[in-house]
Ligand binder design. Structure first.
Ligand SMILES: CC(C)(COP(=O)(O)OP(=O)(O)OC[C@H]1O[C@@H](n2cnc3c(N)ncnc32)[C@H](O)[C@@H]1OP(=O)(O)O)[C@@H](O)C(=O)NCCC(=O)NCCS
Length: 206
């Protein structure tokens, strides 16, 4: 007999995950993420162009409506905290599990995309949010395979994905033209049973 009880799935150890709202604050947060040209140069293979409010609104709509999971990553807001804690409830980043067309649904795979705001990078939040998206994908959404990719010059992202247990599946060679030279696109994935094995080794019950 199952021992599962109702619970709130939208948090991990240090972070909470909430919907993108139609507010000025969420609009400008999404725009600030999309306007970080240095970060975008390492994560998107589209030709870099100055980001307008219109294009970041389109991305916001994509996160809010088109993804299997699209969430703003936040620090938890504790109403007992003094208002002087400027970080309470702050927006840390955006995490998505992309959706596939209905006629692909039976394959049960998805892609993770992640962006952490500059001031919050290198604090473990990106890794925690990816681990949570894997948990959500396998445990809640019933996925079988989750993909993530990195451009070969984004060595930080590549290192993180390997550390999290993703397997490199291959490279699309000289996939991206950036700053006068060619760069590979590295594909990683994790299968459900590999994820379960990682949880078992970490002593986590799933
Ligand atoms: C890549 C990204 C999601 C990582 O999130 P993060 O919160 O900065 O990473 P974490 O603090 O959770 O993890 C740090 C680990 O990731 C790796 N890492 C991440 N960024 C790194 C960098 N710039 N240089 C070296 N290692 C890096 C290291 O393995 C590090 O582990 P360590 O602490 O044992 O050295 C974040 O930096 C980001 O959003 N960057 C801009 C957009 C982007 O590149 N998105 C990924 C698309 S492929």
């Amino acid at each position: 007999m199952s021992t599962t009880k109702p619970f709130n799935p939208f948090h991990s150890e240090l972070l909470i995950y909430r919907a993108v709202e139609d507010t000025i604050e969420d609009k400008s947060f999404v725009n600030s993420i999309q306007s970080d040209a240095e970060a975008q140069s390492g994560s998107s293979y589209g030709l870099l162009r100055p980001e307008s409010m219109k294009t970041s609104d389109e991305f916001k709509k994509h996160v809010a409506e088109k993804c299997l999971l699209g969430a703003i990553i936040c620090l938890p807001y504790d109403s007992r905290e003094p208002l002087t804690n400027v970080n309470a409830g702050s927006r840390v980043g955006i995490v998505c599990l992309k959706s596939n067309p209905q006629n692909y649904a039976h394959h049960r795979w998805s892609d993770i995309s992640i962006d952490i705001a500059k001031e919050y990078r290198g604090k473990g939040y990106g890794g925690e949010a990816i681990r949570w998206a894997l948990w959500y994908g396998f445990q809640m959404a019933g996925l079988h395979r989750i993909q993530i990719s990195a451009l070969s010059f984004n060595t930080g992202a590549e290192k993180l994905y390997r550390k999290l247990g993703f397997t490199e599946e291959g490279r699309q060679r000289e996939f991206m033209w950036f700053n006068g030279s060619w760069h590979d696109h590295i594909l990683f994935s994790m299968l459900e049973d590999e994820w379960r094995e990682i949880q078992k080794k970490a002593g986590k019950e799933v």
